[in-house]
Design a protein around this ligand. Sequence first.
Ligand code: FEO
Length: 408
Amino acid sequence: MKRIRVAEDIYMLTMNVEGMLFEGIWEIGNGVTLNSYIVKGDKTAIIDGVIGWDGVPETLYKNLEEINVDPKDIDYLIVNHMEPDHSGWIENFKKINDDFTILCTEKAAKLVSSFYGDSTNIRVVKEGDTLDLGSGKTLSFHPAPNVHWPDTMFTYESDTKTLFSCDMYGSFGRMNEHHFDDEMTTEEVEFFETEAVKYYSNVMTTFTTMLKKAIEKSKEFDINIIAPGHGPLYRKSPQTIIDNYTRYSQYAEGAGKDEITILWGSMYGMTEKAVKFAESVLKREGIKVNLLEMPLESESEMIATVFKSAGVIIAAPTYEYKLFPPIAAAIDELGRKKVSNKAAFRFGSYGWSGGAEKELAEIVERNKMKWDFVESVEFQGSPKEEDFDRIEAGILQLIEKMKDKVVE
Ligand code: FEO
């Protein structure tokens, strides 16, 4: 755990978490940070927490001691969001301090006791409520429902104009020496851009409608610093991460980078021959191509890559009268994540019978994905010359179709 000064009398406690699946599902090969914030006035508040799930680390005491805070003197716990990556510390914190007030939304308050046992000192806050900590530090509270759970809120500190945005404006990826946007190298900026796309697509994209409202809400604040619960802080250009999140919300609704992702699977190499041909056509046309072979690719990477692409090619055979199962599962997961309106094209082989096409249509319809498909190409066994011609024609149509969806 590290302590970083954010502004006058505001500190971040942050730790990198690795070697686990985020939410028990998402592979985070580059880790993730959990950020917590201490705001000191005459009273002291801690916003979200990073004590850890397995106890109270010595580094917490050390870090607090160095900023002259005794854990027993922390008066307020601000719970922006009850997901345990932010709130899992409450149970352990109670072991070192049993005299504090929790401030959270009404929906969060209902979860506190069910997650961590009875807590009598809970103050439910509503839009615009404030907490005066003294010495010029005033916090205000602003519910931002479904960013990412219904209980979520922003906390804003008016003296330093810091927005504590919790999951909003967050990113996967471990932080090393650099924690602020103005400290990052070009490589680190690119790293966190990639990790933010993965984070948004894996964790947040289902709630894009509400995230768009939260983006508008955050524009109402006069912001010097955005301090999220995961990833870097933005003080040189808070607008950059607001713009990036705006773009991600567009990706969720069908826009994307000028890239085509081929989401593919093949049983005996027949569909794979057509994949290789499709890749050569895309390269000839100067389109960046991402290849995702299922089921070898992680679900996390699959969602992030399709999410950020303006065009998608689904290359998969019929398997037992249906769509090749790893591809069916991938499309269904994209549907559950509400990745909608993508320009798409499917091809694939069949043996004695088709069926893949019917199941694909069912999945897309059931999830209300509204993907805009070019007419599919199916071929019996290995693709022949005329099949390659039809695939090439489909790809060229897809490239046309995705042109007005490109947002970089
Ligand atoms: Fe970072 Fe929804 O928890």
